[in-house]
Design a protein around this ligand. Structure first.
Ligand code: IMP
Length: 199
């Protein structure tokens, strides 16, 4: 049985302001006050895990240990089966220190060549308590990669990702529509069902 979340305060174990805002918005309907790891001055752990789940767990546990509060962390990325799963957990790193996702998308396209263009976005959410209890949830959205990239909305690899059943890439789609079907939304729905449902 998953553990229910019964507190009213939670640390968002991320130093990425976009993610912090997105997660705070998802938690708002549950009357949970959120505080970001950065606001508490918590250090950013090294992401040494070999899976999305392992990295989400490691980040959530580090923040719960350091703050004494429950903590929620997210780890996500683009998985291309024809590239053996790359860029996967290295999705952010492919953009380099300048966070240049035009370059990262061009690398995906170059390495893909004429191979199979299916891809998925994956998100893992880790919820850790100060006693080191941990729950992890995974969400995925499947689609295909297009070239050239399309659309100015979204972030990261969104402009080259065409979700199944849509004629618009994640770079073109209304953000509210993306948030209904995204990998992060799907992982969050599992977390709600398991840990927040009766709030
Ligand atoms: P993380 O901060 O280590 O989880 O890195 C996640 C990286 O995966 C981001 O920097 C993006 O490059 C990519 N990514 C994750 N989710 C999305 C998404 O919804 N759209 C586009 N790119 C994403």
């Amino acid at each position: 049985m998953p553990r229910r979340f019964q507190g009213d305060r939670l640390v968002i174990a991320s130093h990425n302001s976009g993610k912090v805002e997105e997660i705070a918005a998802l938690l708002a309907p549950f009357a949970i006050e959120t505080v970001a790891a950065g606001q508490l001055g918590l250090p950013e752990p090294e992401e040494t895990g070999e899976s999305f789940e392992a990295n989400a767990a490691l980040k959530a546990l580090a923040a719960a240990d350091a703050s004494g509060l429950p903590a929620l962390a997210d780890d996500s990325g683009l998985v291309v089966p024809a590239l053996g799963g790359a860029p996967g957990i290295y999705s952010a790193r492919w953009a380099g220190p300048a966070k240049d996702f035009s370059m990262a998308m061009a690398r995906v396209e170059r390495e893909l060549g004429d191979r199979e263009r299916s891809a998925l976005f994956v998100a893992a959410l880790g919820l850790a308590w100060p006693d080191r209890h941990l729950e992890v949830f995974r969400g995925e959205v499947r689609g295909r990669l297009v070239w050239p990239p399309r659309g100015e909305r979204g972030f990261g690899y969104d402009p080259m990702f065409l979700p199944d059943g849509s004629s618009l890439t994640f770079g073109e789609i209304d953000p509210a529509e993306k948030h209904k079907i995204s990998h992060r939304a799907r992982a969050f729905a599992k977390l709600v069902a398991a840990c927040l449902a009766d709030r």
